[in-house]
Design a protein around this ligand. Structure first.
Ligand SMILES: Nc1ncnc2c1ncn2[C@@H]1O[C@H](COP(=O)(O)OP(=O)(O)OP(=O)(O)O)[C@@H](O)[C@H]1O
Length: 241
């Protein structure tokens, strides 16, 4: 079995008076892609935000590598090598693509070799380097958002629905880029509702509903087990095939 890079055990998160995560148990093995599936409102984004310290778990433990990080502040979590690509992409639309990238590089100047790898991965980053990020298409903004997150090497990247609202050709470019990223030392925890995309890239899968994980296992097993798919799909998943 692979080593576990990140684990959540019995994690509860309250947002104001609302009890959103109700005992999340999740294991993210080191290397490859873990996909988090589930219907709208299941708690996927809240799970990512809780890992990142943007919400603080009211109960339970989050362990990253050999440390409990549950109560760490977001900058500390980020320093340990976890990056977050939020659903709204979090880019600065008034700044140029290059300024967006420079601001994302917290350890000083951008490493040229890494930047050239990133522009190979996402060609629009190079093409529109001097353009305002606000003028990019939805797919290009999404690419910029992922590019910012990986401007420095990361141990783990949390990506929230990177294909939402994108055209099929752009979904393919994004999927190809994430496949290449997963061949590096970066582990990916991906929230994705597009099962065709999720199953083409995922190694392990967890399905959420009502603030809990209701299924966890190998992605290939879920792909082959149509009865289980139907049971989970009926409950939670949108299938785009
Ligand atoms: N800031 C907030 N204040 C109050 N309730 C919230 C807040 N953020 C999320 N929630 C609620 O928490 C629940 C889980 O939301 P979350 O965004 O984690 O779900 P999700 O699985 O990511 O769904 P989606 O695919 O729609 O983003 C929902 O019922 C949502 O309304």
């Amino acid at each position: 079995m692979s080593d576990i890079l990140l684990s959540l055990s019995g994690v509860h998160t309250h947002i104001g008076p609302y009890h959103i995560l109700q005992g999340v148990d999740l294991l993210v093995p080191e290397g490859g892609v873990t996909v988090l599936l589930g219907r709208n409102g299941a708690g996927k984004t809240t799970t990512l935000r809780t890992i990142m310290g943007l919400w603080t778990a009211s109960r339970g433990d989050i362990r990253f590598e050999d440390q409990v990080i549950t109560k760490f502040a977001t900058p500390e979590i980020s320093r340990r090598g976890i990056a977050f690509v939020p659903e709204d992409m979090g880019i600065f639309t008034d700044l140029t693509v290059s300024e967006n990238m420079m601001l994302a590089a917290s350890n000083g100047p951008i490493d040229e070799k890494r930047l050239s790898w990133i522009t190979d991965l996402f060609p629009p980053i190079g093409t529109f380097w001097k353009s305002s990020a606000g003028t990019l298409s939805g797919g290009q903004k999404q690419m910029l958002s992922v590019a910012r997150a990986i401007i420095e090497p990361r141990r783990l990247i949390l990506i929230d629905e990177p294909t939402k609202g994108l055209a099929p050709a752009i979904i393919k470019s994004m999927t190809d880029a994430l496949k290449e990223l997963k061949e590096t030392d970066t582990t990916i925890l991906l929230v994705e509702q597009n099962f065709a995309m999720a199953s083409s890239i995922g190694d392990t899968v967890a399905v959420m509903d009502d603030g809990r994980i209701i299924h966890a296992g190998n992605m290939q097993e879920l792909v082959e087990d149509t009865a289980l798919q139907e049971k989970l799909m009926g409950l939670t998943l949108e299938v785009h095939q």
